[in-house]
Design a binder for this molecule. Structure first.
Ligand code: CAA
Length: 284
């Protein structure tokens, strides 16, 4: 089993990154968004990322247009009918994702594999909404997709072994390192990362140290590329809040519960880098 035509549903930060790395690897990509405005934003994101690569001499201008030419942008879900693998990267909301998979199940060919890029929802629950749980799995990429090397390949009890092997092969083809996880809340990375990021918010809230010193502690003491408060901002405080709620619901362990300060910041509309304010001020 090999994938040559890839569908991407949702062309936000994650979806556009996945579309970019797949097209760079020579694959044909159909990227779908719900309206023209979001679609052109997604296209712009890929253009900008490739232009940066050209600027740095990593890609020629000619290669950039070849890569862009491999991506077809559409608002019609029916255009994904010929895809071998469709990766959903829509909003982290179970109803939205289930709705998408019900539609994909209808329009995609029976042998097509469906994958979700969810970071915390149950892959099994999403698969159960389709008629093809054997051809359904999680493929969790990391932000920024063109830079981060990891893909979590997530199997449910129903996923066919050959689908897992094909997904691992696809991840390697697009330059990533696949790791295999069972469908347990947060998979590998968020299961470990979320309590750490929440702890950083709690110690900041309790006045242990300044935000800069908390971040510098982990950057210079442990060699992390970003400190935990900066990373919360980078992922998005609303996303962190949703992930925490889902993991807390699953495990009922306090370490997964979103800290009160995080909740207040989300209520205030301070969602991190994307809105200009989070633990840091990005407006300048
Ligand atoms: N697209 C393409 N390339 C990008 C990029 C983007 N969005 N952002 C950065 N880069 C590239 C830069 O061009 C640069 O490339 P070169 O080294 O070839 O010049 C390289 O990445 C480093 O970037 P910068 O010099 O601009 O900045 P930096 O050294 O501070 O690195 C960073 C930026 C890569 C984001 C780094 O800070 C980092 O690794 N941070 C941690 C990110 C992380 O942990 N992500 C996972 C979040 S968890 C998640 O995604 C899952 C979830 O479910 C919540």
């Amino acid at each position: 089993m090999q994938f040559s035509k890839i569908g991407i549903v949702g062309c936000g930060q994650m979806g556009s990154g996945i579309a970019e790395v797949a097209a760079k690897a020579g694959l044909t990509v159909i990227a779908r968004e719900i309206n023209d405005e979001l679609l052109s934003k997604g296209k712009g994101r890929i253009e900008k990322s490739l232009a940066k690569a050209v600027e740095k001499g990593k890609l020629s201008a000619e290669e950039k247009s070849t890569v862009m030419g491999r991506i077809k942008f559409t608002t019609g879900i029916g255009d994904l009918c010929g895809c071998d693998l469709v990766i959903e990267a829509a909003t982290e909301d179970i109803k939205t994702k289930l709705g998408i998979f019900i539609e994909l199940d209808k329009v995609c060919k029976p042998e097509a594999v469906l994958a979700s890029n969810t970071s915390s929802l149950s892959i099994t629950e999403l698969a159960a909404g389709t008629s093809r749980p054997g051809k359904f799995l999680g493929m969790h990429f990391f932000n920024p997709v063109p830079v981060m090397k990891l893909v979590e390949v997530v199997r449910t009890v129903a996923t066919d072994e050959q689908v897992i092997q094909a997904a691992k092969g696809f991840a390697e083809q697009v330059g990533k390192v696949p790791v295999l996880a069972k469908d347990g809340g947060g998979f590998i990375v968020n299961r470990l990362l979320v309590p750490y990021l929440f702890d950083a918010i709690t110690v900041y809230q309790n006045g242990l140290a300044s935000r800069e010193d908390i971040d510098n502690g982990m950057k210079f003491g442990c060699g992390h590329p970003m400190g935990p408060l900066e990373l919360n901002d980078f992922i998005g405080l609303d996303t962190m809040f949703y992930i925490g709620e889902i993991l807390f619901e699953e495990f009922k362990e306090p370490r997964f519960a979103p800290p009160p300060l995080l909740k207040r910041m989300v209520q205030a509309g301070f969602l991190g880098k994307k809105t200009g304010r989070g633990f840091y001020d990005y407006r300048k």
